[in-house]
Write a protein of this length. Structure first.
Length: 68
């Protein structure tokens, strides 16, 4: 099992912190979607897109390191 990874987003006075293990990326994207769809959350679809993009960039970097 790999190390725990973390993505965080600061929005105004709120801080959203997501921790996950390698291989759990799809579940994390699902969690972003659920949170963005919730009317009770200030986390929106733009926030979900930003964090998904950051996670994708991290995966890309790791794949580049493996390939070299």
């Amino acid at each position: 099992m790999g190390a725990v990874r973390q993505l965080s987003l600061v929005k105004g006075e709120e801080r959203f912190v997501f921790r996950y293990r390698p291989g759990q990326e799809a579940q994390l994207v699902d969690a972003f979607s659920e949170l963005a769809a919730s009317r009770d959350s200030r986390f929106d679809w733009f926030d979900a897109a930003v964090l998904s993009y950051q996670m994708g960039r991290r995966l890309e970097t790791e794949l580049d390191q493996i390939a070299t």
